[in-house]
Design a protein around this ligand. Structure first.
Ligand code: HXC
Length: 535
């Protein structure tokens, strides 16, 4: 981690010279000096001792060198009429806002300063964030919020709550128009959690960031439960269990570099396309390996990430929400330099079944890609929805429908490749042609049917099996026959439900030309205010 405590180079200010071009700028310079002093050595040490950076240090890592321009540095906190507790009167009111370039493209950001009243959000602090949100939306550029905050500023009462509501409102107005990214780099308590959860991606730094609606003290008071900050709302918890955090990194510098990387896949707004990045290399020998990747034994797992890496431009796969609902893999990759959103069932985890969490994870990703003109590729190997009381009672019907809805509603180019299993509802859900998928291809290893062989023969031959002297042997024989005659890609191919059964080794080539053919896809949807996704 690099510390940049000496921040005087952040603005082009000549502090020693009170006379500029013969004019007396004393007052101007004094204000600058006072502002600079807010980032005292002690303030820096306080943050650094916790493994955290100062707000401005974070901004300097996020933006291209020398491009960040701060605005509203000299606003002061609101006066409080019936305030309670101490207020610190600092310039800036505990948040830096401004604009600059990230990999040469315009971006807006705000960064909360924990050293000013715990980064808490008062009226002026909120007004600054809203100002930069408005600018980002107007200019059609991404906004990144760096959050290090104790939530609503208690001293300012309802004005802080109103400030949060104003931020949430802008988050919602900007949703699907500009990419919004939240980076949690300290506490995000109370109101501080809801803006991130509306934004498109949440980054957290391991061990030093925590998100919770109410902290461990309140949990103890209200529920008499003892829980640590880490166990209640640490980065690991949100990345693995709640799914709130999409990306976690070990330190702040790498977290911010991760944000830069993510942005390299995204357009600046919903009217643009993603930037073209020419890093593709011929992968001939790797493509051959695709023929071997699906095991002969239909119940043997393999890693779908290998398939992704073999198909996409070398090293271009950037996985999102890697630790959450690992039975589905989502992320961005580049095909011949162009960004594609990937949704792939993972046979290595829960046999690739669709459950509540994986459906929600993939559905939100499909919605994001569709909002920002990012074409979609589904890699399918899914035996069906995960059965069981727990899933049914927790609403797999409603949550599974989210993925169905998201695919059906997406108007970007959409392609599916069936690698192996494509059974039942999962066949429909994973971007099938009748759901509006533009091209559906299948490998010769594909198994497309209403249900898997064992389940099918148990229903179709119940009588024969119950009367058989050796039901296990009979079931095995019937299942093998079913697999051979029914559960293959050729019936679907002959009926036109898939466009082509392809040799796995030409998958990349096939996809490049298919996505090229879909480049000018134009869909006119029925006129309506908005659909009603099963939330
Ligand atoms: C005003 C606050 C503050 C707050 C922290 N501070 N939170 N000031 N309003 N919400 C101040 C502290 O008084 C202290 O000031 C300084 O920030 C640092 O705080 P510490 O507690 O010393 O730091 P630390 O031990 O690191 O703990 C950080 C913390 C803790 C976990 C964030 O401060 C905390 O639990 N704060 C309250 C969190 C919370 O419940 N927020 C919810 C607010 S209600 P001094 O002067 O001593 O340095 C809310 C509802 C909005 O947000 C709903 C919208 C939907």
């Amino acid at each position: 981690m690099y510390y940049l405590w000496n921040l005087s180079d952040r603005v082009n200010r000549n502090q020693n010279n009170m006379d500029i071009n013969g004019r007396n700028f004393t007052k101007f310079q004094e204000r600058l000096q006072k502002y600079e002093k807010q980032n005292s050595k002690e303030a820096a040490e306080k943050q650094h001792s916790k493994g955290k950076l100062l707000a401005y240090e974070r901004i300097l890592i996020l933006f291209d060198k020398g491009t960040f321009e701060e605005i509203d540095a000299f606003v002061t906190p609101a006066a409080i009429d019936k305030g309670f507790g101490r207020m610190t009167h600092t310039y800036g009111d505990g948040v830096i806002i401004g604009h600059g370039k990230i990999s040469g493209r315009l971006a807006f950001a705000y960064a909360q300063d924990f050293n000013v009243m715990g980064g808490s959000l008062g009226a002026v602090h909120a007004a600054k964030i809203i100002k930069i949100q408005n600018m980002a939306l107007k200019m059609g550029a991404p906004i990144i919020g760096i959050i290090d905050s104790g939530g609503a500023r208690i001293q300012e009462g309802v004005a802080s709550l109103a400030g949060y509501a104003g931020i949430f409102y802008r988050n919602v107005q900007s949703s699907g128009v500009i990419p919004q990214i939240s980076v949690i780099m300290g506490p995000a308590a109370g109101g501080a959690v809801y803006s991130p959860s509306i934004t498109d991606f949440v980054f957290m730094t391991n061990k030093t960031s925590h998100m919770f609606v109410t902290g461990p003290n309140v949990v103890k008071e209200v529920l008499n439960q003892e829980v640590s900050f880490e166990d209640l709302g640490g980065a690991e918890v949100h990345a693995r269990k709640s799914g709130v955090a999409n990306m976690i990194y070990e330190d702040e510098e790498n977290t911010l570099l991760g944000v830069r990387k993510l942005l390299s896949y995204l357009p600046s707004n919903n009217l643009e396309n993603s930037p073209y990045v020419c890093i593709s290399e011929p992968q001939k020998e790797i493509e051959e390996r695709l023929r071997e990747i699906v095991p002969d034994d239909a119940n043997k797992p393999y890693d779908v990430k290998d398939v992704i890496n073999y198909i996409f431009d070398k090293g271009s796969f950037y996985e999102i929400s890697e630790l959450f609902a690992q039975n589905i893999v989502i992320g961005f990759g580049r095909l011949d330099g162009k960004t594609i959103g990937i949704i792939a069932n993972q046979p290595k985890v829960l046999a690739g079944t669709l459950d509540i969490n994986s459906s929600m994870k993939a559905a939100r990703f499909v919605r994001f890609c569709d909002s920002f003109n990012i074409p979609l590729l589904a890699l399918e190997d899914v035996p069906g929805f995960l059965p069981g009381v727990d899933q049914e009672h927790s609403g797999i019907i409603r949550h599974g429908a989210k993925l169905l809805y998201a695919f059906a509603d997406a108007t970007v180019p959409r392609i599916t490749i069936i690698l192996r299993k494509s059974y039942g509802g999962a066949y429909c859900v994973m971007n099938s042609k009748n759901l509006g998928g533009d091209f559906n291809f299948a490998w010769p290893t594909a198994e497309i049917a209403v249900m898997g062989p064992e389940g099918a023969v148990a229903i179709l031959y119940r009588k024969e099996l119950s009367e058989s002297e050796d039901p296990a042997k009979l079931k095995k024989e019937l299942a093998a026959k079913y697999r051979n005659e029914i559960a293959n890609p050729y019936i679907a191919d002959e009926k036109g439900f898939i466009d082509e059964v392809i040799d796995p080794s030409i998958t990349r080539k096939k996809l490049i030309s298919a996505f090229e053919a879909l480049e000018n896809k134009h869909v006119v949807s029925p006129s309506r205010k908005h659909g009603n996704i099963p939330l």
